[in-house]
Design a protein around this ligand. Structure first.
Ligand code: AMP
Ligand code: MG
Length: 391
């Protein structure tokens, strides 16, 4: 058994970044930028008005002043003339400020009568002009790698960048194995259960930016497992679920070994999730074998799969981020393995659930944090600071 951090190191040395591809901006959200992007213009490209009002010379601004309106500047249609002393140009938000003007008086501060305006008694002190390039300047860089979010997409659109180079999504084949498993929607026999964590991990992988697919469920025999492995031969990562312990029917390690898998490690000192394995298959793909217990598989997804996918996407080698939160109620001492306990963080205090069995999906769905207990951690009391991972 190796500690979690050592397992992560092994996983990072197996996880290779996979090439890049170019996608249009409308497909770039949630992808990882793989090449720097440069602004192709200043934004705004001209000094523009931030308000609806009148563009004037600051020197002319005083309560009661009367100015002559000589034209109009609207968004997309600039006023081409020059504003001289005693003159004003009607202007709208986003319109270029005409030459000669250096201030916009908001329309609420003006009384208009034909072609003349009178400035009001309590003038707003603002100038309401956005200078050229205050948002970004031509050549300004958005640096890769970067997980793209909606604000990044808006920024790059404003930079006049229509498509971007992003990391390829890792193709992940999910292989569930067990004679007892059927797919959701099927009619199980008395002894069967529904494959569930394969669906949970598929969802998690989608959230992580991978391209997951579910293989047909393999039965607990060599031929069925071999067929399933063959179906995964084009994947970047093969994720097996179940059949990873040392029971008579746990064949994943044997079959993968016979197919040329070079094992990197097997078994980690954590709860839940002890029978984790990883290695490289003969196809060159990375393989990770998860335990079948639903909560074990999902917790292993948070602790191991998420960092692996981020590494494959070029986001570096980092464990899932932690934070600390105050314990809401006392909890007993921990056993000899690092324990990722399900709990719920509310109003800044975390309650660790009493029941921690690794088959309880209803409690996992209730949880919003994993509380990390080191091996042999003593009893903890309300108010103690606990290491947590958001789930
Ligand atoms: P195993 O790792 O094959 O010994 O499985 C441990 C437990 O997890 C058993 O109770 C299995 O029935 C269950 N299990 C295995 N695979 C899945 C799956 N894909 N979905 C839900 N439960 C599973
Ligand atoms: Mg099994």
């Amino acid at each position: 058994m190796i500690p979690v951090s050592e397992a992560l190191d092994h996983l990072f040395s197996l996880a290779q970044p996979l090439g890049v591809e170019t996608v249009p901006l409308v497909r770039a959200n949630g992808r990882v930028l793989a090449a720097d992007v440069q602004a192709r213009r200043d934004q705004p490209p001209f000094a523009g008005s931030a308000m609806d009002g009148y563009a004037v010379r600051d020197a002319d601004v005083a309560s009661g002043e009367v100015l002559t309106v000589i034209g109009e500047s609207a968004a997309g249609h600039r006023f081409k003339g020059h504003v001289a002393a005693g003159q004003a140009v009607r202007i709208f938000t986003g319109a270029p400020v005409p030459q000669g003007a250096d201030r916009v008086v908001i329309q609420e501060d003006v009384t208009r009568d034909g072609d003349s305006i009178t400035l009001g008694a309590n003038l707003d002190a603002g100038f309401h002009i956005r200078d050229k390039g205050i948002d970004f300047q031509d050549g300004q860089v958005v640096s890769a790698p970067r997980l793209l979010r909606p604000a990044d997409i808006a920024l790059m659109a404003a930079m006049n960048v229509p498509e971007v180079v992003v990391a390829k999504r890792p193709d992940v084949a999910i292989l569930s194995t067990g004679d007892e498993l059927v797919m959701p929607g099927e009619t199980p026999s008395e002894d069967q259960i529904i494959a569930s964590n394969s669906f949970g991990l598929h969802a998690m992988l989608q959230d992580l930016g991978a391209n997951p697919r579910l293989l047909p469920i393999a039965r607990d025999n060599r031929a069925s497992l071999e067929t399933a492995f063959e179906l995964s031969s084009d994947a970047d990562l093969v994720l097996t679920i179940g059949g990873a312990s040392v029971g008579d029917h746990d064949l994943v390690g044997h079959v993968a070994g016979e197919l040329g898998m070079q094992r990197s490690f097997y078994k980690i000192a954590m709860r839940p999730g002890k029978p984790l394995m990883a290695g490289r298959l003969a196809t060159g793909a990375m393989m990770v074998g998860f335990p079948g217990n639903p909560v074990s598989a999902m917790v292993c997804g948070q602790i191991f799969l998420a960092p692996v996918i981020r590494a494959m996407l070029g986001l570096g080698h980092a464990a899932t981020p932690e934070f600390t939160a105050e314990l809401a109620a006392d909890i007993p001492a921990n056993g000899p393995r690092e324990h990722y306990m399900r709990g719920r963080l509310e109003n800044g205090r975390v309650t660790v659930f009493e029941r921690q069995d690794s088959s309880l999906l209803s409690l996992l769905a209730e949880a919003n944090v994993l509380v990390i207990r080191p091996p042999k951690d003593g009893p903890r009391v309300a108010g103690d600071a606990m290491r947590c991972i958001a789930i």
